[in-house]
Design a protein around this ligand. Structure first.
Ligand SMILES: NC(=O)C1=CN([C@@H]2O[C@H](COP(=O)(O)OP(=O)(O)OC[C@H]3O[C@@H](n4cnc5c(N)ncnc54)[C@H](OP(=O)(O)O)[C@@H]3O)[C@@H](O)[C@H]2O)C=CC1
Ligand SMILES: Cc1cn([C@H]2C[C@H](O)[C@@H](COP(=O)(O)OP(=O)(O)O[C@H]3O[C@@H](C)C(=O)[C@@H](O)[C@H]3O)O2)c(=O)[nH]c1=O
Length: 288
């Protein structure tokens, strides 16, 4: 396994993979933007695969605007379902190992113990529903597909909660942040390492049956409020942060109240270590 195509190469996860690519000289990682390779266009994908012959594909392209998706169902499903169908079909036909990214928002959040890969999905948002359909079609075309669900992704790159909080803390004297949504942040740099370690494991265990769903986030549990407070403390910001309930901070999409992911399977299968969320936040804030 040598040639790795990373779609959505300009997104935050795509850029996080770019940042560590030189640590994996055994892989020739190629990053594509939507302008270079529009994954909603089957003909463009076919031409790309015929020309570049990837051995694996990490699909980081996605529709990720959770609130906007409520009003843009078609656009969300086009990218998170239809395009995944195109990609999966082609990967299956060409024996290309696909890694498809998914989300904790596939769960409604009614559970109060960490979600395992065997728990039923029950999304309550358009974004979550579109990602569930993407998971199903990716595994349906090829059971060897590896679906990695992650949560609360943040990084130095793109648009994310941590960067937004830092900006708001510079602009505002007071912030209100929900404290009744519990989950785990994931530093995109850690996820990027996990994904390339998975491909490395696959390369050295070509016969292993590894297909299926895996959960990966950082370790530990927090709320968006506590996440914001940690950002405030670590950056010595002076903004006042008040905890509010989701009812007091209305949004178009209803986020899960609880979406902590159980990471036992990915640890056991690939020997991946999972950093504690606060340690990774410190690392990220140093880089921003
Ligand atoms: N962000 C988060 O908090 C979380 C994300 N995830 C999942 O992780 C994955 C990566 O997310 P993240 O990096 O944050 O996403 P981003 O929103 O940062 O990036 C998505 C990328 O998709 C690309 N894209 C959009 N349309 C197309 C298209 N038609 N063809 C090809 N590429 C396209 C964009 O490329 P361009 O810039 O070139 O237009 C963009 O760079 C996704 O599957 C997401 O669902 C899971 C949990 C949490
Ligand atoms: C900016 C802000 C948000 N919030 C709330 C809104 C929401 O309930 C929660 C998170 O806000 P955001 O809208 O930034 O994050 P959100 O878009 O919900 O993030 C999600 O993105 C998708 C792509 C995923 O897959 C998920 O894992 C998750 O990371 O914090 C506040 O309470 N106060 C604030 O000032």
């Amino acid at each position: 396994m040598k040639n790795i195509l990373v779609t959505g190469g300009n997104g935050q996860l795509g850029q996080a993979i770019q940042q560590i690519a030189s640590q994996y000289p055994q892989f020739n990682l190629v990053f594509t933007t939507s302008a270079e390779l529009d994954i909603t266009q089957p003909a463009a994908l076919e031409t790309y695969f015929a020309t570049h012959q990837p051995d694996a594909c990490i699909n980081c392209a996605a529709y990720t605007a959770v609130d906007k998706a409520e009003a843009e169902e078609e656009a969300a499903f086009l990218l998170n379902f239809q395009a995944v169908l195109n990609l999966s079909e082609l990967c299956a036909k060409n024996n290309v190992q696909l890694i498809q990214l998914s989300t904790d928002y596939v769960f409604s959040g009614r559970q109060n113990v960490p979600y395992t890969e065997n728990d039923d999905t029950d999304p309550e948002t358009i974004y979550g529903s579109s990602k569930v359909r993407g998971e199903a079609v990716a595994l349906g075309y090829n059971p060897d597909t590896i679906v990695v669900r992650t949560s609360w992704l943040y990084s130095e790159f793109g648009v994310n909660f941590a960067k937004r909080m830092r900006e708001l803390m510079q602009e505002k004297q007071e912030l209100k942040v929900v404290f009744d949504q519990t989950g785990t942040p994931t530093y995109a740099g850690d996820l990027a390492t996990a994904l390339l370690d998975i491909l490395q494991y696959k390369a050295t265990h070509p016969e292993a049956a590894l297909g299926g769903i895996y959960h990966y986030s950082n370790e530990g549990v927090t709320s968006w409020y506590d996440f914001a407070v940690a950002i405030k403390e670590l950056t010595q910001a002076t903004t006042a942060i008040s905890p509010v309930t989701s009812d007091q901070y209305p949004t178009a999409a209803k986020r899960p109240a609880y979406s902590v992911l159980n990471k036992e399977k990915i640890r056991q299968t690939f020997g991946i270590t999972v950093p504690y969320w606060r340690d990774s936040l410190i690392k990220c804030l140093k880089n921003i």
